[in-house]
Design a protein. Structure first.
Length: 233
């Protein structure tokens, strides 16, 4: 037994952006999708870099940067200053992205990924196969692997993989709400919790989940969205 692999832990169907994507478009994307990073890929799907919330915050904070004093400039590293200027004043994903992306293969073990994150002080790794992006494994994914019960021998799809597939499918649809609507999977049965915006949305969610391989049944235990929440949404 080698434990869970990257292919079991990763979030598939990752949202990506081309290098020409404007800064504000990326900020809206992360906020709307509730994600903390977005890979930058070229037309062939090759990963060029990654833009995180920290990069965007650094970009916004850069607007408040004060000029370095004459005395301080004597000891400053011009290369570092130039790099910071580009990342705090850039207007596209290419300007802001971190180019040195830590990647793993789908068969990399969770233990090795955890070791890499610890040693390199990073929050996520990118899963690639054949040079193409396959998914992302975050620290939260590793924590879920620790608390998830082991899959039964011979099981084709674990509950955790089904849960990830449903969640990934939800994030691709503009009418879903992964902030107020949560889900759990047990023995292939998907149960939705939280709040629902409308019966139409919940019907669509049921259809969406039923189309995910491995799902045996879908249960809806959501409650109507409270007025004070719905009005602020």
């Amino acid at each position: 037994m080698t434990g869970p692999l990257a292919r079991d832990l990763m979030t598939p169907d990752v949202v990506t952006v081309p290098p020409e994507t404007p800064v504000m478009a990326m900020a809206r994307l992360l906020a709307d999708r509730g994600i903390s990073a977005v890979p930058v890929v070229d037309a062939e799907g090759k990963v060029l870099g990654i833009v995180t919330e920290a990069d965007l915050i650094r970009r916004l904070a850069g607007e408040e940067d004060k000029p370095t004093s004459w005395f301080g400039s004597l000891f400053a590293d011009p290369a570092s200053q130039a790099e910071r200027y580009a990342r705090t004043h850039g207007v596209t994903a290419r300007d802001l992205m971190t180019e040195k992306v830590v990647t793993v293969s789908p068969d990399t073990t969770a233990a090795h990924i955890a070791q890499m994150m610890e040693q390199q002080n990073i929050r996520r790794v990118v899963v690639v196969e054949g040079g193409k992006l396959k998914g992302i494994v975050s620290r939260a994914d590793l924590l879920r692997a620790l608390v998830a019960p082991p899959a039964a021998e011979g099981a084709e799809l674990s509950d955790e993989r089904i849960r990830r597939a449903v969640l990934a499918a939800m994030k691709k649809e503009p009418w879903t709400d992964t902030f107020y609507t949560m889900l759990e999977v047990k023995d292939g049965v998907v149960t939705f919790h939280g709040f629902r915006r409308s019966d139409a949305v919940q019907k669509a969610l049921r259809v969406l989940a039923e189309n995910v391989p491995g799902v045996k049944e879908v249960k809806d235990e959501t409650q109507p969205m409270p007025v004070f929440i719905y009005g602020a949404a």
